[in-house]
Write a protein that binds this ligand. Structure first.
Ligand SMILES: Cc1cc2nc3c(=O)[nH]c(=O)nc-3n(C[C@H](O)[C@H](O)[C@H](O)COP(=O)(O)O)c2cc1C
Length: 199
């Protein structure tokens, strides 16, 4: 069976070699990212996922803040490698900061008390779905990206810089840009260890 969906899934890879040669402009990319987050599913349609979308100098600013914060905790002899990695993220066109709104989680816990324990977990799961939806949408648009986790070290600096609401919890960062490199081979585990099919 041919499936364009599966073909898209296969095309999505972690791209670290990012550049600025993207044909879509800021407005088109913003619309794409918003649509992907908007249409990602969430428990009881809680819509707890939030995104700060940074372009150009604002994106560079995020990675510079990350460098500043990591400089405080990464040993000096390891910092050059860390800095080079952060520079590669800053070399793209932009970065999506993914948040989960804890106020929305609390609201859902109050509204559906029976599932109170589940909502923090479901929030993380729906956040992952929003991240995946954006990653896939960027892939379809020919834009490379990776998924990073420079939280909580960057939380406070980011909150101050972009006036992010206090209830938004930073969960992941997705630097994106043009594909400036290829991908290595990816290994897959045996189906027999992964799936059980009956009937
Ligand atoms: C939940 C999750 C967390 C990840 N965290 C990171 C990360 O912090 N840094 C990173 O470079 N890649 C991260 N990745 C990317 C994976 O390493 C990558 O998807 C995996 O090795 C498969 O490679 P592919 O993306 O090219 O298919 C993460 C992926 C997932 C799904």
């Amino acid at each position: 069976m041919n499936s364009t969906m599966i073909e898209s899934l296969k095309k999505r890879r972690t791209q670290y070699a990012l550049g600025k040669n993207v044909s879509l402009d800021k407005d088109a990319l913003t619309a794409l990212i918003k649509e992907a987050v908007r249409h990602a599913p969430s428990p009881f349609n809680a819509q707890s996922s939030r995104a700060v979308i940074l372009f150009g100098e604002q994106s560079e600013k995020f990675w510079s803040l990350a460098k500043q914060e990591l400089g405080k905790i990464v040993p000096a002899d390891a910092f050059a490698a860390t800095a080079a990695k952060l520079d590669s993220f800053a070399a793209g066109v932009g970065t999506v900061l993914f948040y989960e709104d804890q106020a929305a989680v609390t609201r859902m816990q109050q509204q559906f008390a029976l599932y109170a324990d589940n909502f923090p977990v479901w929030s993380e799961q729906s956040g992952g779905m929003a991240q995946f939806a954006v990653w896939l949408a960027l892939t379809e648009a020919g834009v490379g990206a990776s998924l990073q986790h420079y939280n909580p070290v960057t939380d406070e600096a980011t909150r101050q810089e972009w006036n992010v609401p206090a209830s938004w919890k930073l969960r992941a960062q997705m630097p994106f840009g043009s594909h400036e490199g290829g991908f290595g081979e990816k290994a897959f585990m045996e189906d027999s260890q992964r799936f059980i099919v009956k009937g």
